[in-house]
Structure formats: C-alpha cells, structure tokens
Design a protein around this ligand. Structure first.
Ligand code: HEC
Length: 171
C-alpha cells in the first residue's frame, strides 16, 4: 500500500519542483540574458542608460566627480567605468573586450554638454585598438559614432596606453 502512495507522490513532487524552477527563472532572468550591444550607437546608448545604467558604475579610480578637463571634452568631467573596464584597469594589461568608459562633459558653469564613450569590441577595428567611439548630445542623440577619425587621431597619441588619457591601464 505504502509503495503505491510513493509511486503517486514522487512524480507529483518532481513536477512541482520543475514548475517552481521554471517560474523562478521567468521572474528573475539571469544576467547573461542581457547581451552586450554591437557597434551601434543607439543600442549602446540604450544599454548604458537602461540595461546597465552608467550612473551606477564606479568612477575612474582616484578621479572624483566634475574634475578639471582639457579641450575638446569640456571644462569639467565625470568619468564612469563598467565592471569589465574596472577589472581591466586593476589588472593593467590593457582594456578587455566589453570595457566601456562613459565620460560626462560639462561646461565651466556645470552645464551638461555631451557624453563621450569608448567601447571595446574585440575585432571591430584592430587598427584603432578595437574601440567603438561615440558622442551623444544631452538628449541622447548620437553626434558621432563608429571609427570616428578625429577621436582616433587625437587618442592615438596614447596608443601605448590603449588610446586612453585619463590614467595608466598597462602599467
Ligand atoms: C584633440 C584631442 C581629442 C579628441 C579629438 C578627442 N579626445 Fe577624448 N580625450 C582627450 C583627452 C585629453 C582626454 C583626457 C581627459 C581630458 O583632460 O579632457 C580624453 C578622454 C576621453 C575619454 C575618457 C578615457 C580616456 O581616454 O582618458 C573618452 C571616453 C573620450 N575621450 C572619448 C572621445 C570620443 C568619443 C571622441 C570623438 C568624438 C574624442 N574623445 C575625441 C582628447 C581628445
């Protein structure tokens, strides 16, 4: 008699677990489901504003908010780095695939003027450090994006440091 109960109960238990696991998966999708954007200015903007909001990222190490900048980026700057970029800066071996640097550019009177972004996409542009360059106006509209010559030309002076000015990422 007991055996029969067990035979009935076991599938019911297994089925309930399966349903619960499926339900949990539906409610809490794993982080891996949010895929990194490709070399696309709109997708990148959506990613850094909606999916992985850059304002919750770390600031560039030892740089506060609204620190003094130089031309052409504006008088005051706040630079955010995603977790991959943060990890890369610590490792000092250059920036890894998926690194994103987001820099808010402000005028001297603290007016938000533009967002300048560098996004590392392996294989995208080997001649230019595989960086995808983007600049957005305060409304989030892309002013420049892609293999932008003026960005690359100036940042090339820091080629030995993976095209980065703000701090050492290789040593
Ligand atoms: C004439 C030189 C020049 C040009 C052109 C330029 N940058 Fe920069 N960029 C700098 C300098 C210098 C810094 C360091 C911060 C500062 O002092 O302004 C910087 C910093 C940055 C940073 C922070 C990471 C780093 O390298 O330190 C990003 C992101 C960035 N620039 C994006 C861009 C994008 C996107 C463009 C093109 C739309 C661009 N830059 C064009 C000179 C330039």
């Amino acid at each position: 008699m007991k055996k029969i109960y067990l035979l009935i109960a076991l599938p019911v238990i297994v089925f309930s677990f399966a349903v619960a696991a499926y339900a949990i998966h539906e409610i809490i999708p794993s982080e891996t489901q949010i895929v990194m954007p490709g070399p696309n200015a709109e997708k990148l903007n959506e990613y850094i504003v909606r999916y992985d909001p850059y304002k919750s990222w770390e600031l560039w190490p030892k740089k506060g908010k609204l620190y003094k900048g130089t031309e052409p980026h504006g008088a005051l700057l706040t630079t955010f780095i995603n977790s991959t970029a943060h990890f890369s800066i610590k490792k000092k071996k250059g920036m890894e695939d998926g690194s994103i640097i987001v820099k808010e550019n402000y005028s001297a009177d603290k007016k938000f003027a533009a967002l300048s972004v560098m996004y590392k996409i392996k294989g995208y542009n080997p001649d230019g450090g595989d960086w995808f360059w983007a600049q957005y106006d305060p409304d989030g509209k892309a002013i420049a994006a892609g293999k932008v010559k003026k960005c690359i030309d100036c940042h090339s002076t820091k080629k030995d440091n993976d095209y980065i000015f703000t701090g050492g990422v290789k040593r």
